[in-house]
Design a protein around this ligand. Sequence first.
Ligand SMILES: [Zn+2]
Length: 201
Amino acid sequence: MRPLLLALPFALLPLAAVQVAHAHDHEHEHGSLEAHEHGVARLNAALDGQVLELELQSPAMNLVGFEHAPSTDVDRAKVAAARTQLEHPLALFSLPKAAACVVAKQELESPLFGDTPQADDHDDDHDHDAKDADGHEHHHQHSEIHAHYQFTCANPEALRNLDLGAVFKTFPATQKIQVQLISPSGQQGVEATAQAATLKF
Ligand SMILES: [Zn+2]
């Protein structure tokens, strides 16, 4: 009896691992999360030696004002404009010149960019239209824009602060950024707003 009981947790392990992997796949293939709050973005910032990593995950609403695939020239121009801003992270994140950071890696990802298959299209047609608190039909396909950057900074000691002021100015529909900051002084969760946009590393 005893050996059997001891063996059980190990037998269950692979199954749990499979389920986690599956959940992740599922989220990924949809390219969007079940719940995100418009106006709220998430940012992971990690400083390790000379390497600064920034990962911004934002509802597309905050950056372009809609979340459907762009279908008009006006939509496409808005997406292109947001993309251009995101492609200049040194300015967008106000990285100080003294830190001498260069972009080592840059990845932008969104169903709105049209470079990922619109996996949502076929199964989301069957989604039930939820009604929100006001009783309004809320047929809404949520899409996010993700930006992942890696910088190499020759003088990381000059990175005392992370100033998100330009992010709020560039994308005024962003009201709040939930930041996870990892630096030599530890890990902290901070909420940044346009009024309090500067975080201490
Ligand atoms: Zn949304």
